[in-house]
Design a protein around this ligand. Structure first.
Ligand SMILES: [Zn+2]
Length: 337
């Protein structure tokens, strides 16, 4: 990962998203102020859905969860991948899908032996959250499964982890697509909700992007100069990038409660780069492979141009091979800003 290249992308994203983000945040604050009975000026980090303002609150008037009641999520995921010519049934069978006592409450996918023993752990219920997570994890799983088994062990893996996040995000985004919901959830009369769903997606992408940019700038400056007043630096960046008013007392290391700083250092940028790659892939596919994503040509394209080579190619060469150019934030920007 070239650090200058990375922060050039983040700078560009920040500048281009300043105005749209300001609008979205203003709307969110106005809604919060009514809901919680505080003036906008008094809103502090703890008033948001999560204290880091990573997630956007749902757009009022839509409840996507209701579309998942009494639906067979396993079958929906199988059918989604099958429509693209990707078979994930074998992985589903050996996965741990439902919640139980003392089970890890999150979700992940693991390539146990790089010889086809791929497993997913999730805790699904009838909600859009877990439907998205299930599609996301099976995106990782499909990538692992279709890596050329003739490659040596060390290369039978994804190239940079941003490339596998990109595929996972590409599939996770399905739950916000009108065509996917109509076809696989069999919900009708969604057209009138489409503008709200698009708005929700845009909100989520903007809120999330600004959070990730904050996190990465802080991390970079922390490693460059660890002896500075990090608590002060944290709240300055939060204010400057996320437009959030800091609490009155900023003497606590609030940033340190985000586990990624200590347990998964210097990985957070991959989520953003994954989103950018997912947009670039999606637009390329729609323009060059098939306008309808749910056809076998799309799976074939992904297998041949993205999955097969595993870690044989550097991440940016892989993106270039698949889309004809290196990672370019333009596609994400056109899609969501
Ligand atoms: Zn993931």
């Amino acid at each position: 990962m070239n650090i200058d290249e990375l922060f050039k992308i983040f700078n560009k994203l920040k500048v281009l998203s300043d105005e749209p983000f300001r609008r979205v945040k203003d709307e969110i604050d106005a809604e919060l102020s009514i809901k919680l009975g505080v003036t906008k000026e008094k809103i502090r980090p703890w008033h948001y859905v999560d204290p880091f303002f990573q997630e956007a609150p749902p757009v009022s008037g839509i409840d996507l969860d209701q579309n998942y009641k009494n639906k067979n999520l396993e079958q929906i995921v199988i059918s989604t991948f099958e429509s693209m010519g990707l078979d994930i049934k074998d992985i589903l069978q050996q996965s741990d899908l439902y919640p139980r006592d003392n089970k890890n409450p999150f979700g992940f996918c693991t390539n146990t032996d790089r010889r086809g023993d791929i497993r997913v752990l999730v805790n699904i219920d009838e909600s859009v959250f877990w439907a998205t997570a299930l599609l996301h994890e099976f995106g990782h799983a499909a990538y692992f499964k279709y890596i050329d088994e003739k490659l040596p062990f060390i290369l039978r893996f994804h190239s940079h982890s941003l490339t596998t996040e990109a595929i996972a995000m590409f599939f996770g985004r399905m739950t916000k697509r009108l065509d996917w919901q109509q076809r696989f959830l069999k919900v009708e009369q969604l057209e009138n909700l489409d503008p709200s769903i698009k708005k929700m997606m845009q909100r989520q992408m903007l809120v999330n992007a600004r959070w990730i940019i904050t996190f990465c700038y802080f991390e970079k400056e922390m490693y460059e100069n660890p002896d500075q007043d990090l608590n002060k630096l944290w709240w300055e960046l939060v204010q400057e990038i996320q437009f959030i008013s800091p609490p009155e007392d900023t003497s606590y290391p609030d940033w340190a409660s985000k586990m990624h700083f200590s347990l998964a250092p210097v990985t957070y940028q991959d989520y953003m780069l994954g989103e950018l790659t997912a947009s670039q892939l999606q637009i390329y596919i729609e323009n060059n492979i098939a306008n309808d994503l749910f056809v076998p040509e799309v799976g074939l394209y992904l297998k041949e141009n993205f999955f097969k080579d595993g870690a044989l190619l550097n991440w940016n060469e892989k993106i270039k091979r698949a889309t004809g150019e290196n990672l370019n934030p333009r596609y994400f920007i056109n899609q969501f800003l």
